[in-house]
Design a protein around this ligand. Sequence first.
Ligand code: FAD
Ligand code: FES
Ligand code: FES
Length: 491
Amino acid sequence: MIDFYLNGQRRQCADIPPDTSALELLRIHLGQTGTKEGCASGDCGACTVAIGTPDGSGELTYQTANACIMPAHQIHGCHLVTVEGLARGDALHPVQAAMVDCHGSQCGFCTPGIVMSLFSLHESQRRAPAPLTPQRLEAALGGNLCRCTGYRPIRDAALRMNDYPDTHPAWADDPQLPADVAALAHDATRQPPVAGETPEAYARPRDLAELRECRLQAPQARLVAGATDLWLESTQQLKSFDALIDVTRVAELQRIDENDDGWWIGAGVTYRRIEPLLEEAYPAFSHLMHRFASQQIRNRATLGGNVANASPIGDTPPVLLALDATLRLDGPDGERELPIGEFFLDYKKTALADGEFLSAIFVPKPTADRQLKVWKISKRREDDISAVLAAFAWRLEDGVMRDVHLAFGGMAGIPRRASATEAVLEGQAPGQALFATARATLRGEFDPLDDVRGSREYRLVTATNLLERLRLTLDTDNDPTTEVCLDAYAH
Ligand SMILES: Cc1cc2nc3c(=O)[nH]c(=O)nc-3n(C[C@H](O)[C@H](O)[C@H](O)COP(=O)(O)OP(=O)(O)OC[C@H]3O[C@@H](n4cnc5c(N)ncnc54)[C@H](O)[C@@H]3O)c2cc1C
Ligand code: FES
Ligand code: FES
């Protein structure tokens, strides 16, 4: 049973197979066809909906999601808002009115998704007014493609939406709704782990003990967190999932525990939640988050999913390798810790033993003398997968480089460090001749992939150029003008 609120109305949907997406639930099971399907892979934003969850203040916080790659069962205990739920009778929501007045729609296929992204922005503005900077607009709309209108009228609508009378949807006037959703969400946490009409089909364990038990009982079941990788196997490869174990409600996997040395980040923590921490601790890592997928994806996807997915082009593993992160694995034989460098064994093959899962990732605290640079090279700035990602960490001691970590994504079947090149730089003063040797070594220690994102040669040249960029950065760290120039290139 999926028990939730849709545009203020309680809905209970029984017999929903585990691999049904929220979009299929809406369009096929509930006949709500306002939400569109474009790409079915999280890339276009036509299917954007807003998910309202209690935030502890007595209100609901709304975050966007791509319904096409969101498991329908993850709506359980939430308030789902779709484009059908915004107008109040004939009175348009301010976002819709602004889109009409600014001519923000032509064929209209992308429009429901764009309206929902702007609705979420409007909601956050309503709760905490802040200037609509270009960066905020880009973040809010970066996951929505429009093929015919062009983005200027849409941006104009975003900039004008706050000038309209705040016509609420009728459900927003219901003072009881947040409490009702909170009660439903609370009930959901008290339900036994196995839900759904088919036993073991969609399990929602609440704590580590239940997760271990679910794994024992259904060893063939796939784990699902934000589903932003996993669900593509359904929509793009047309696989079906007979049994899924959802880790998003496991209390321990939702924790961020700080100690003197760093943070243990639960494998189920979303990017949205770690963004403030990274912004404070590692600006270079935080900057990567602006280049990582889209707001819709970052609202739901997890750091744990990125690591466990073990893609050679995943963005965070090289950064975690550069930072010497540690993984906590959990399973039938208990817990163990593993340096992330020992986790990736071969293409999509990890050190997870049968029945094991990733429970947390340890990110060490920054130290004053340790530097980190993260450079992502992709064809598009917004919402694109890396061709090459470089994460470099080092410290300078009496003018020589120490603890040099050079990690790359997109350069091999797994994310990995360039240990031979690190050895060239270790203990040496940076300089042109040294880096020329380092670049030659780097070329020799990788045999990169050759695919649509970049040829083998392109990736080799890019990686060596990024190493040269590191040298320029080291040379020019005290020259603010050149830094600005380099930063402009990075953005
Ligand atoms: C449009 C789009 C853009 C994207 N852009 C980027 C990008 O810019 N950079 C990038 O790196 N990635 C990108 N991705 C990929 C994806 O968003 C990330 O890899 C994300 O971090 C996956 O997290 P998730 O929680 O959604 O994982 P899921 O999809 O839920 O799971 C991924 C895999 O990990 C397994 N798994 C999940 N949790 C655990 C656990 N605790 N223990 C063991 N196994 C587990 C699952 O079984 C599955 O095999 C993009 C995806 C989409 C659809
Ligand atoms: S249909 Fe394109 S993102 Fe969902
Ligand atoms: S209005 Fe046609 S795709 Fe945006």
